[in-house]
Design a protein around this ligand. Structure first.
Ligand code: FAD
Ligand code: DHB
Length: 394
C-alpha cells in the first residue's frame, strides 16, 4: 500500500489530521489498534476551546456540534461556601467555550472519513515505524491476519501517550519534562439534568470537585482522589455524599443526582517531549505531551498540533516549501508550554494537597481570591481558558 502521509492512531488528532489533509488534496491512511466501537465510545474530554470549534466549523465538521453543543460564556469557582463567576466572554472580547464530548467529535470524524472513503484501518496489531530518517519511511502492521506495509512520504505519530511513535525516536534525541501529581480524579457520568448552566470548579478542604455536563440530561462530575484509589470502595451513595459535601455553599446549590452510568479514575500528569519531530516522523497530541485535566486543554492541544501540521504539509506539497515542516516542533511547543503552565496553575490552585504545608495551602486560597476579585487576574485566567488565538505562519 502507498500513501503520502501514514497516520498512526485514530483519536481526535489522527482523524482530524486525515480530514484536514484530504481538504488540501493530500492522501493519507490512518491505522488504529482499537476497534471503531471502542474509539467511538471512549469517554474523555468535553470542553472545546473557541479555536477548536472554529477549526471544526471551517473544515465542515461543525453541523452536529453547533446543534447539540452547549456554548458557555463563563465558569464558576466555588470556595469558602460561595460561587464566584469568571465572565470569560466579557473578559476576552467575545470568546467562549463549547461543551461537546470528545467521543462525539470522534464519531463525527469517523462519519466524515466513511463518507469520503478515507481509509481508516481499525483493529490493527504490531505497528512498527521504519526508516523514519530516510526519504522513504514506511509503517508495518498486521491487519486481519495479514502483514501490511504502508510506504509513505511522512508519518504522523498521533497514537497517544502509550503509542509506538514517540518510542521510535532514539532516546538520546528526545528530551522529556515530567511532573506526576500526588492525586487523581474519580469521574462519573450521571443521567441527571445539570443543576447549573456553567461549570463549577470547587476547592474544598476535603479535596477538589468539578461539576460539568455533557447534554441537557447528562451531568459529568469529578472528585479529587488518591492516584491508587480503588473504585470498588466508592459506592454510588458514597460518591454523591462526597460531592454534596465538597460543593457545600450558602446559596444551597448542589448537583442533581441520577443513575451513574460510568465511573473511572484518571491520573494527573504533566509531560512534554522535545522535539516533536524526527526525520520524517511528526508527533501530535498526547503522543508528544500530556496535561493534567484541570485546564481542559488535552484535546484542544491535539487539534492545534494537527492544524499546524496540516498547514505545513500543504505548503510542502503545494509550493515545495519545507520551512513550515522544519519549524513544526518549535511552532507547536510555544502553545504547548503555555497550556502546560495554565494546566499546572489551575491544578495547583484548585487541589488542596496533603503533601504540602499549610503555608502552601493558604497561598492557594489567596490565589483563588485574587483571580475572582482582580480584573487583570481574571482576564489572564479567561484568555488561557478559552484558548489563545492561533499564531498562524505562512
Ligand atoms: P488519543 O485520544 O489517546 O488517541 C490515540 C489513539 O492511538 C488511540 O485511539 C489509541 O488506541 C491509538 N493507538 C495507541 N497505540 C497505537 C499503536 N501502536 N498503533 C496504532 N494506534 C495506536 N482532556 C480534557 O481536556 N478533559 C478531560 O476530562 C480528559 N479526560 C481524560 C481521561 C483519560 C482516561 C485520558 C487518557 C485522557 C483524558 N483527557 C482529557 C485528555 C484528552 O482526552 C486527550 O488529550 C486527547 O484524547 C488527545 O487526543 P490524541 O488523538 O492525541 O490521543
Ligand atoms: C471537563 C473536564 C475538564 O478537565 C475540565 O476542566 C472541564 C470539564 C469535562 O470532562 O466535562
Amino acid at each position: 500500500m502507498k500513501t503520502q502521509v501514514a497516520i498512526v492512531g485514530a483519536g481526535p488528532a489522527g482523524l482530524l489530521l486525515s480530514h484536514l489533509l484530504r481538504l488540501q488534496g493530500i492522501d493519507s491512511v490512518v491505522v488504529e489498534t482499537r476497534s471503531r466501537e471502542y474509539c467511538e465510545n471512549r469517554i474523555r474530554a468535553g470542553v472545546l476551546e473557541q479555536g477548536t470549534v472554529d477549526t471544526l466549523v471551517e473544515s465542515g465538521l461543525g453541523a452536529r456540534m453547533q446543534r447539540e453543543g452547549l456554548v458557555h460564556h463563563g465558569i464558576e469557582l466555588l470556595f469558602e461556601r460561595r460561587r464566584h463567576r469568571i465572565d470569560m466572554t466579557h473578559l476576552t472580547g467575545g470568546r467562549s467555550i463549547t461543551v461537546y464530548s470528545q467521543h462525539e467529535v470522534v464519531r463525527d470524524l469517523i462519519a466524515a472519513a466513511i463518507d469520503h472513503e478515507q481509509p481508516v484501518l481499525f483493529d490493527v496489531a504490531n505497528v512498527l515505524l521504519h526508516d523514519i530518517r530516510s526519504d522513504q519511511p514506511y509503517v508495518e502492521l498486521v491487519h486481519r491476519g495479514e502483514r501490511i506495509r504502508i510506504d509513505c512520504d511522512y508519518i504522523a505519530g498521533c497514537d497517544g501517550f502509550h503509542g509506538v511513535s514517540r518510542a521510535s525516536i532514539p532516546a538520546d534525541v528526545l528530551r522529556t519534562y515530567e511532573r506526576v501529581y500526588p492525586y487523581a480524579w474519580l469521574g462519573i457520568l450521571a443521567d441527571a439534568t445539570p443543576s447549573a448552566d456553567e461549570l463549577v470548579y470547587a476547592h474544598h478542604e476535603r479535596g477538589f470537585a468539578l461539576f460539568s455536563m455533557r447534554s441537557p440530561s447528562v451531568t459529568r462530575l469529578y472528585l479529587q482522589c488518591r492516584p491508587d484509589e480503588n473504585l470498588a470502595e466508592w459506592s454510588d451513595g458514597r460518591i454523591w455524599a462526597e460531592l454534596h459535601t465538597r460543593f457545600e455553599n450558602d446559596e444551597g446549590w448542589t448537583p442533581n443526582e441520577g443513575s451513574i452510568t460510568q465511573k473511572s479514575v484518571t491520573p494527573m500528569r504533566s509531560f512534554v517531549a522535545e522535539p516533536m519531530q524526527y526525520g520524517r516522523l511528526f508527533l501530535a497530541g498526547d503522543a508528544a505531551h500530556i496535561v493534567p485535566p484541570t485546564g481542559a486543554k488535552g484535546m484542544n492541544l491535539a487539534v492545534a498540533d494537527v492544524r499546524t501540521l496540516s498547514r505545513a504539509l500543504a505548503a510542502r506539497y503545494r509550493d515545495g516549501r519545507v520551512d513550515l515542516l522544519e519549524g513544526y516542533s518549535t511552532t507547536c511547543l510555544e502553545r504547548v508550554w503555555r497550556a502546560e503552565h495554565f494546566s499546572y496553575f489551575m491544578t495547583n490552585m484548585l487541589h488542596p494537597s496533603p503533601d504540602e504545608t499549610s503555608f502552601v495551602n493558604r497561598l492557594k486560597m489567596s490565589e483563588l481570591k485574587y483571580v475572582t476579585t482582580s480584573n487583570a487576574a481574571a482576564q489572564s485566567l479567561a484568555e488561557n481558558y478559552v484558548g489563545l488565538p492561533f499564531a498562524e505562519a505562512g
